[in-house]
Write a protein that binds this ligand. Sequence first.
Ligand SMILES: [Zn+2]
Ligand SMILES: [Zn+2]
Length: 916
Amino acid sequence: MISKKLSGAEIRQGFIDFFVARGHTFVPSSSLVPGGDQTLLFTNAGMVQFKDVFLGTDKRPYTRAANSQKCMRVAGKHNDLEDVGRDDTHHTFFEMLGNWSFGDYYKKEAIAWAWELLTEVWGLEKQRLWATCFKDEKGEIPTDDEAAEHWCAQPGFDPSHVLFFGRKDNFWEMADTGPCGPCSEIHYDRGPEYCDKRDVPGHICRVNGGCQRFLELWNLVFIQYNRSGPATLEPLPAKHVDTGMGLERIVSILQNTPSNYKTDLLFPLMRAVQQMTGDSDEQMEANLTPYRVIADHTRAATFLIADGVVPGNIGRNYVCRMIIRRAARFGSKLGLHEPFLARVAEEVIANYGDFYPELVRNRSVILTNLTNEEERFARTVESGVAKLENLLERLSASGQRVLPGEQAFDLYATYGLPLEITRDIAREQNLEVDEDGFRQAMEKHRLVSGAGEAFGPLGGEDVEVYRSLLAELQAQGKLGSEGVAYNPYEWLEVEEPILALVANGQCVSSAKPGQTVEVLLPRTGFYVEAGGQVSDTGVIVSVTEPRWEIRVRDMRKPAAGVIVHVGEVVRGEPRVGDMAIAAVDAQRRQDIMRNHTATHLLHAELRAVLGEHARQAGSLVAPDHLRFDFTHPRALTPEELEQIENGVNRAILGNYRLNIQYKPLQQAIQEGAIALFGEKYADTVRNITIGEPETFSNELCGGTHVDETGDIGLFLIISEGSAAAGIRRIEAVTGRGAYELVRKRFRLLQQAANLLETTPEELPQRLENALEALAQARKQIADLRRKQSQEAFQKTLENITAVAGVPVLAIQVAEADADTLRSLSDLFYQRYPSGVVVLASVDEVGKPVVIARLSEDLVKRGLNAVELVKHVAAFLGGGGGGRPTLAQAGGKEAGRLSEALASVPNWVSDKLAKSE
Ligand SMILES: [Zn+2]
Ligand SMILES: [Zn+2]
């Protein structure tokens, strides 16, 4: 049927080429970390990067798009983790091929092209293809006859192969409200031999029948409604198409393999594992699950790390850690006890690097992170698993079946055993884990440790208010088609009428003093937080009487084309229509610009000093400081930090002009510009380069910058530390902040010099002298004290009680350590060559220390210093040991010390009595 077996890469490229030839723009896959979407852990479908286009909060320069999107489904609603490895079709990471129409073509073209690609280009047998269309089981939403008719019109399509299904299978909704519409799925009949449910009573072998014979290949979603309530659907003015086809599945069909894992996308990874285990093909075949888990998880971890998600304790980082550790554990089931995942990852990079160049760029970061994480896990896994097995044993013995979540969390916190592994092991023994309890314990721990909430809920605000406001203002001609004009680079002050005021999500005509209000002007130069740079603050004041003033503390972009100034009315009553002057706090902005340009210089210097792997992993550009997170496996040395700080200051003193150009994204990337993961870029980007004739900084950035690097003034690193595993954080100050810091340090230095009555230059020598003098004085005091206590002790010795003729002394000595006690006991023996002495003291933390000594002749009479010291220590909750003539003990509680010492004479007389 298929003339030439296509490779997975050729199939991916073939899909894209097919749609590009039909007017689609190829849009590279967005990061696995969804840009700006806090509700989503990972990008889990091709449409994620286009969500705001469907919601109407953003626009793109194209109306047709095609791509292959990196996706992860490992947590939340779409959680296939437990099936991964057990069967042929589930994956944590996968690729989704898709074509989109944004208000452009619709069902007719989407269906015709899908048919053409599958049957003409890829040569699938027409008789094996089936199409499902939507028919509402409740009869509320119209049946999608339109799609069914288009299917029947395709050349060679069997009209009996159109089937209708209800809401669950064939109606797509983004959420409870918002864009939605019917979908049409293409299913492929692999033949009756693929049915895996033949023996299941009542199984009907058919499309959507749940067996492996019919595979859903491609889902075409037709977005034609907006759902505003449970029972209200409004037709959309512009209809969209969103399609998705899992790459692994179409490749397995075109390569005619029974399993996704046997395609050239995944099989080479299993081969790499096989080379390490030395298993024969038969052995591997008999033990497929670990092979499949390792292939799947390593591929996922490789892509995650390339997108900046390194192993860690919460959120996405936890997922990365969990899949690496799970793969490592399955490796140990195959006898792989040394780190081995880097070798598998090499295969992933070789196999996928051409299409996803980020894998090649981050090769060393990927390999080191994998190996480091395997090593971290190896250090504790055995004790963790042993502990878990004990717990499970006790659980079964007590007739229970569910391991408490607290205990599962303890295993994670103490031994790094992720919940998923604990669950794997429990399931192997037919036991369960309380997963909600685990999450609660983790959440509690996270809040206690101050890590905050990683994934809060979406603001839930009503975009509609702003969208209808925008439409109204556009209809009145007060705003252009682009909405509010925005130029933070030039408009630090604008004079404009207030177009709208929004308070508590409602449009209002005026606002009162003390009220928080959002102000919409036709244009603004206030920067809106983006790329790590914080929003501008400033004031909006009336131009004419009556006077009013609003302090702007934040900026927001609640919908496409809408920018509002968020502030508090501090004076008067602003009204819609009033003429106003909006002025950015210029000094604060200047501070921010210094820090932003310095961030670019720092980034460039880090790469120059540490290597290309030092990539931005997060940044904050605030007025008072800058914070820069980057991937690097270990702490920076003082020399490296000095070199970096030096390099940035050299670039500042070079006083280079910043070159800012707008150019096409692809051109900028080709010219070496650094694009950041998790950021969304338009097709035309703002490219900032620094340095002539040689460019040493080249970034895509929408932020505001100084004109020349000399404007930064001075750059000082104030701290370097760890931000997460594999991520370092540098904080620094520039300009006024750096000057403040230097001035403060000078003042402290002068104060210290004044205290020592010297100059700052002489200070270190003076300080050294003073510390030496202090040490000598301390030694003298200690000597005097010892002399004093010896003298006091000599006095004590003049008055000793005897027990059955044997001198016995048992006393507490103030402020003495074990050595002092021992030297005091020498004094006792100089005076009483035959006798018993017990000396005790209490150290600084309140713990008692005891020494006991007795003379040789008494040892001969059956007395023993070890027994004696143990007798005393028993009162103090402690223990001790030593020789028959000299023993030492420690204790926990000093409270019973006098009681313990008072018992010594009795102990001696008892022993002597027994020896008679
Ligand atoms: Zn079947
Ligand atoms: Zn920037």
